[in-house]
Write a protein that binds this ligand. Structure first.
Ligand code: ZN
Ligand code: ZN
Length: 172
Protein backbone atom coordinates (compact mmCIF):
# COMPACT_ATOMS: atom_id res chain seq x y z
CA UNK A 1 0.00 0.00 0.00
CA UNK A 2 1.03 3.61 -0.41
CA UNK A 3 1.50 5.69 2.72
CA UNK A 4 1.30 9.45 2.27
CA UNK A 5 4.05 10.74 4.51
CA UNK A 6 2.59 14.17 5.24
CA UNK A 7 -0.55 12.39 6.49
CA UNK A 8 1.28 10.30 9.11
CA UNK A 9 -0.05 11.57 12.46
CA UNK A 10 2.33 12.82 15.16
CA UNK A 11 1.74 9.72 17.27
CA UNK A 12 2.73 7.53 14.35
CA UNK A 13 0.91 4.97 12.31
CA UNK A 14 0.40 1.31 13.11
CA UNK A 15 -0.31 -1.01 10.23
CA UNK A 16 -1.22 -4.67 9.97
CA UNK A 17 -0.76 -5.64 6.35
CA UNK A 18 -1.13 -8.63 4.14
CA UNK A 19 0.49 -7.56 0.94
CA UNK A 20 0.84 -9.42 -2.31
CA UNK A 21 4.29 -8.68 -3.66
CA UNK A 22 5.16 -9.13 -7.30
CA UNK A 23 8.19 -11.29 -8.00
CA UNK A 24 11.12 -10.21 -10.12
CA UNK A 25 14.67 -11.40 -10.78
CA UNK A 26 15.76 -10.46 -7.24
CA UNK A 27 13.11 -12.48 -5.40
CA UNK A 28 10.23 -14.88 -5.94
CA UNK A 29 7.63 -14.53 -3.23
CA UNK A 30 5.10 -17.35 -3.16
CA UNK A 31 2.67 -16.16 -0.48
CA UNK A 32 1.37 -12.70 0.40
CA UNK A 33 3.64 -11.07 2.98
CA UNK A 34 2.20 -10.49 6.44
CA UNK A 35 3.62 -7.48 8.22
CA UNK A 36 3.05 -5.40 11.29
CA UNK A 37 4.65 -2.00 11.00
CA UNK A 38 5.00 1.08 13.13
CA UNK A 39 5.70 4.18 11.07
CA UNK A 40 7.00 7.31 12.80
CA UNK A 41 7.94 10.65 11.38
CA UNK A 42 10.89 12.63 12.72
CA UNK A 43 11.34 15.81 10.72
CA UNK A 44 11.84 14.68 7.15
CA UNK A 45 12.88 11.18 8.24
CA UNK A 46 10.45 8.29 8.40
CA UNK A 47 11.29 5.49 10.79
CA UNK A 48 9.74 2.10 10.22
CA UNK A 49 9.97 -0.74 12.70
CA UNK A 50 8.18 -4.06 12.90
CA UNK A 51 8.21 -7.53 11.41
CA UNK A 52 7.47 -9.13 8.07
CA UNK A 53 6.80 -12.77 7.30
CA UNK A 54 6.65 -14.38 3.92
CA UNK A 55 7.58 -17.46 1.95
CA UNK A 56 10.07 -17.16 -0.85
CA UNK A 57 11.16 -19.63 -3.48
CA UNK A 58 14.92 -20.12 -3.59
CA UNK A 59 17.30 -22.32 -5.49
CA UNK A 60 19.56 -24.58 -3.45
CA UNK A 61 23.17 -23.51 -3.98
CA UNK A 62 24.35 -27.12 -3.80
CA UNK A 63 21.81 -29.25 -5.68
CA UNK A 64 20.07 -26.42 -7.64
CA UNK A 65 16.62 -27.66 -6.60
CA UNK A 66 13.93 -25.01 -6.07
CA UNK A 67 12.54 -24.98 -2.55
CA UNK A 68 10.37 -22.74 -0.36
CA UNK A 69 11.78 -20.97 2.64
CA UNK A 70 9.91 -18.99 5.31
CA UNK A 71 11.45 -15.66 6.13
CA UNK A 72 10.59 -13.83 9.32
CA UNK A 73 12.44 -10.56 9.36
CA UNK A 74 12.70 -7.77 11.89
CA UNK A 75 12.37 -4.37 10.27
CA UNK A 76 14.36 -1.32 11.35
CA UNK A 77 14.58 1.18 8.55
CA UNK A 78 14.90 4.91 8.26
CA UNK A 79 13.68 6.55 5.06
CA UNK A 80 14.99 9.90 3.92
CA UNK A 81 13.59 12.13 1.20
CA UNK A 82 15.18 11.26 -2.16
CA UNK A 83 16.38 14.88 -2.43
CA UNK A 84 18.95 14.00 0.24
CA UNK A 85 20.27 11.02 -1.70
CA UNK A 86 23.67 12.69 -2.24
CA UNK A 87 24.27 12.80 1.48
CA UNK A 88 24.10 9.04 1.73
CA UNK A 89 27.68 8.70 3.02
CA UNK A 90 26.75 10.86 5.94
CA UNK A 91 23.94 8.48 6.90
CA UNK A 92 26.09 5.40 6.64
CA UNK A 93 28.37 6.84 9.27
CA UNK A 94 25.51 7.66 11.58
CA UNK A 95 24.55 4.20 12.71
CA UNK A 96 24.54 0.68 11.41
CA UNK A 97 21.56 -0.79 13.26
CA UNK A 98 19.22 0.96 10.85
CA UNK A 99 18.80 0.22 7.18
CA UNK A 100 18.46 3.26 4.98
CA UNK A 101 15.95 3.92 2.25
CA UNK A 102 14.65 6.87 0.29
CA UNK A 103 11.17 8.10 -0.51
CA UNK A 104 9.89 10.27 -3.33
CA UNK A 105 6.79 12.40 -3.84
CA UNK A 106 5.71 12.28 -0.19
CA UNK A 107 4.94 8.58 -0.63
CA UNK A 108 6.20 5.42 0.98
CA UNK A 109 5.32 2.24 -0.83
CA UNK A 110 5.11 -0.64 1.64
CA UNK A 111 5.38 -3.15 -1.19
CA UNK A 112 8.88 -1.84 -2.07
CA UNK A 113 9.83 -1.69 1.59
CA UNK A 114 8.74 -5.26 2.35
CA UNK A 115 10.32 -6.60 -0.80
CA UNK A 116 13.65 -4.97 0.06
CA UNK A 117 13.53 -6.35 3.58
CA UNK A 118 12.89 -9.89 2.37
CA UNK A 119 15.67 -9.64 -0.23
CA UNK A 120 18.06 -8.58 2.55
CA UNK A 121 17.16 -11.68 4.52
CA UNK A 122 17.75 -14.23 1.79
CA UNK A 123 20.80 -16.31 2.69
CA UNK A 124 23.84 -15.84 0.42
CA UNK A 125 24.06 -19.59 -0.19
CA UNK A 126 20.59 -21.03 0.30
CA UNK A 127 20.42 -24.74 1.10
CA UNK A 128 17.35 -26.97 0.62
CA UNK A 129 18.48 -28.71 3.81
CA UNK A 130 21.57 -28.39 5.98
CA UNK A 131 22.81 -31.81 4.96
CA UNK A 132 22.11 -31.42 1.25
CA UNK A 133 24.63 -33.64 -0.54
CA UNK A 134 24.63 -31.52 -3.69
CA UNK A 135 25.42 -32.62 -7.21
CA UNK A 136 28.18 -34.96 -8.27
CA UNK A 137 30.88 -32.67 -9.73
CA UNK A 138 31.56 -35.27 -12.42
CA UNK A 139 28.24 -36.55 -13.75
CA UNK A 140 25.84 -33.99 -12.26
CA UNK A 141 23.67 -36.57 -10.50
CA UNK A 142 21.67 -35.24 -7.55
CA UNK A 143 23.32 -37.12 -4.69
CA UNK A 144 20.27 -36.58 -2.44
CA UNK A 145 18.32 -38.85 -4.79
CA UNK A 146 20.85 -41.24 -6.28
CA UNK A 147 24.32 -42.51 -5.58
CA UNK A 148 26.45 -42.44 -8.73
CA UNK A 149 29.66 -44.40 -9.20
CA UNK A 150 31.98 -41.43 -9.68
CA UNK A 151 32.30 -40.61 -6.02
CA UNK A 152 34.87 -43.21 -4.99
CA UNK A 153 37.23 -42.48 -7.87
CA UNK A 154 36.80 -38.75 -7.25
CA UNK A 155 37.95 -39.14 -3.65
CA UNK A 156 40.85 -41.33 -4.74
CA UNK A 157 42.11 -38.77 -7.24
CA UNK A 158 41.88 -36.00 -4.63
CA UNK A 159 43.93 -38.13 -2.27
CA UNK A 160 46.47 -38.69 -5.01
CA UNK A 161 46.84 -34.93 -5.53
CA UNK A 162 47.25 -34.46 -1.80
CA UNK A 163 49.93 -37.14 -1.68
CA UNK A 164 51.80 -35.47 -4.50
CA UNK A 165 51.71 -32.17 -2.64
CA UNK A 166 52.97 -33.81 0.52
CA UNK A 167 55.79 -35.50 -1.38
CA UNK A 168 56.83 -32.17 -2.88
CA UNK A 169 56.95 -30.61 0.54
CA UNK A 170 59.21 -33.32 1.81
CA UNK A 171 61.60 -32.75 -1.09
CA UNK A 172 61.80 -29.04 -0.30
ZN1 ZN B 1 20.02 -28.97 -2.07
ZN1 ZN C 1 28.71 -38.90 -10.52
Amino acid sequence: MKVIISEIPDEGLELELTEKISSDESIKIVTPVKASLKIDKKGSEVIITGRAKGTVELQCSRCLKAFDMDIDSAINVVYHPASEINKEEHYELKGDELDTGFYKNDTLDTEDLLKEQLVLNIPMKPLCSNDCKGLCPKCGANLNITQCNCLTSEVDSRLAVLKQLLNKKEVN
